[in-house]
Design a protein around this ligand. Structure first.
Ligand code: HEM
Length: 128
């Protein structure tokens, strides 16, 4: 395996770990009434943005060598969705920090939006 392939595999694994950090808490806590794991979800959202952009860079380099095109529309759509995931996770995280006892139902929309959009991005990544 060439160095660039190892690098791509490394960041793809990190991309899957970031995905798990958003969708894992969502599945576990979807019906909870508060105390959502926003720090984990926020970490996952940041991981997705960083590893996703690195993967795009690596894909551009492969594309130049192997004569194919990176789908920039797909990348842009995934980036916008991932940015929304990041913003709602950050808002949930910050609001939770200000609330006694880990916050309650008022944080549910932030938590569900982050998890739902991460699921949509997963489907986009695979079906598109
Ligand atoms: C919540 C956010 C995200 C989720 C859940 C997600 C999910 C996924 C999944 C499941 C794959 C594997 C698809 C496959 O190999 O068939 C993938 C690949 C990829 N993602 Fe994401 N992604 C997210 C954010 C991003 C962002 C923000 C970018 C870049 C702006 C990005 C760029 C890529 C690229 C380039 C690949 C292909 C890597 C390769 O095969 O070389 N992703 N993503």
């Amino acid at each position: 395996m060439e160095f660039m392939d190892v690098l791509r595999s490394f960041f793809l694994v990190a991309h899957f770990v970031g995905l798990a950090a958003i969708i894992g808490p969502f599945l576990l806590q979807a019906r909870w009434k508060g105390q959502f794991a926003f720090p984990v979800v926020l970490g996952g959202a940041i991981t997705q943005l960083v590893t996703g952009l690195v993967l795009v860079g690596l894909a551009e380099m492969r594309a130049a060598q192997m004569d194919f095109e990176v789908d920039h529309v797909k990348v842009a759509v995934k980036l916008v969705i991932a940015l929304i995931v990041f913003v709602v996770a950050l808002l949930g995280f910050l609001k939770q920090r200000k609330t006694e006892g880990g916050g309650g139902r008022e944080l549910l929309p932030f938590f569900h939006t982050a998890g739902g959009l991460a699921l949509i991005n997963t489907a986009l990544a695979v079906f598109w």
